[in-house]
Ligand binder design. Structure first.
Ligand code: NAD
Length: 338
């Protein structure tokens, strides 16, 4: 499939979406990006840096669940593909207040998909134009549930989401899947592990640890800190998305992960040791600030991705080494919180 001219990127003011837009505008001189973002508490156009004003970046503030608006965007711009990053993305918030997760992640995805279907296709399996515009759903490894001490999430594993967040993402994936099977839509889904890197919202684990350390507050760790996540540098995720969007097979799912399994305790220790070196607080170590707190309700034990399909089929590989990625991240947050 050749590069589509105008791509509707949703959630492009968030962490991963903004990284994608910056990468795309930098590397593809042809594309035009229409960025639809509601600018919730998690969205910030500053994440786009100088690309906010880029002549091929068109920003529209609005809701992916707003049918009238999404239809209007499809009518006004010749949308050649959709990459749906927009979501409520924080598990803790979904436990406190799940409703908006269903509205944005489920209804919003359905709305985008259905408008795209009606605009792009005249009937099931009949695209109006030959290039089969693509709908790419950005999803998470959390849809697979929790692993025991061994095993990896692979694409053929059954979904078993445990939090309202992961359930909403799983539901959205299922709707996307159904539009491929029922209507022949050219969809692709990527399920990625935990991202890290500059520009992530303050509420997430790595920024929280760095911020609390630097402000001298207690650094909270849920439960015993032994929960394991598989960490991926955000720019590697973006490259995987780009490959899947252009080269992925219609109807396929690709898992993307960094092969960096770490317990939360290890993440805290790595970050504190880096901060000790880069921004010493005069005491022995930031680790003294660690405090174990009550565990998150329903906290999944372990996530780990088998990324061999995207590696083998699309030639993707995680390039950033975990130590260097973490160093870049810490340096960025030291500047931010200074
Ligand atoms: P984020 O919270 O940083 O950004 C989400 C963006 O979506 C924000 O800019 C927000 O304003 C926007 N948004 C929210 N509701 C909207 C709505 N109704 N209409 C339009 N825009 C809306 O999230 P992120 O970390 O960048 O995650 C992006 C996507 O990647 C999400 O779909 C998430 O589920 C998925 N994902 C994230 C991770 C991770 O580690 N961050 C891992 C795997 C998958």
């Amino acid at each position: 499939m050749q590069a589509q001219q105008t791509i509707l990127v949703t959630g492009g003011a968030g962490f991963i979406g903004s990284n994608y837009i910056r990468y795309k505008l930098k590397t593809d001189p042809e594309c035009i990006i229409v960025n639809l973002d509601l600018l919730t508490y998690a969205g910030n156009l500053q994440n786009l840096g100088e690309y906010q004003e880029h002549p091929r970046h068109i920003f529209i503030k609005g809701d992916i669940a707003d049918r009238r608006l999404v239809k209007q965007i499809f009518e006004e711009y010749s949308i050649g593909g959709v990459i749906n990053f927009a979501a409520e993305s924080h598990v803790d918030n979904s436990i406190a207040d799940p409703e908006v997760f269903i509205r944005t992640n489920v209804n919003g995805t359905f709305n985008l998909l259905d408008v795209a279907y009606k605009k792009w296709m005249s009937a099931p399996f009949q695209y109006r134009v030959a290039n089969n515009q693509r709908f790419h759903q950005i999803s998470t490894d959390e849809v697979y549930g929790s692993l025991g001490e061994t095993g990896l999430f692979s694409e053929n594993m059954a979904y078993a989401p445990n939090s309202p967040y992961s359930a909403s993402k799983a539901a959205a994936d299922m709707i996307v899947r159904s539009y491929h099977h029922t209507y022949g839509m050219n969809t692709v889904i990527t399920n990625c592990s935990n991202n890290y890197g500059p520009g992530q919202h303050d509420e997430k684990l790595i920024p929280t640890i760095i911020r609390k350390a630097l402000t001298g507050d207690k650094i909270p760790i849920y439960g015993d800190g032994k929960n394991i996540r598989d960490w991926l540098f955000v720019e590697d995720h973006v490259k995987g998305i780009e490959l899947a969007f252009y080269k992925g097979k219609a109807g396929e799912v690709y898992n993307i992960g960094g092969g960096n399994e770490r317990t939360n305790n290890e993440i805290v220790e790595n970050l504190c040791r880096l901060l000790d070196k880069l921004q010493s607080n005069g005491r022995q170590t930031y680790l003294e600030q660690v405090q174990f707190v009550e565990d998150r309700a329903g906290h999944d034990k372990r996530y780990a991705i088998d990324a061999s399909k995207i590696e083998k089929d699309l030639g993707w590989n995680a390039e950033e080494d975990f130590a260097s990625g973490l160093l870049k991240t810490v340096q960025w947050y030291i500047e931010k919180y200074r």
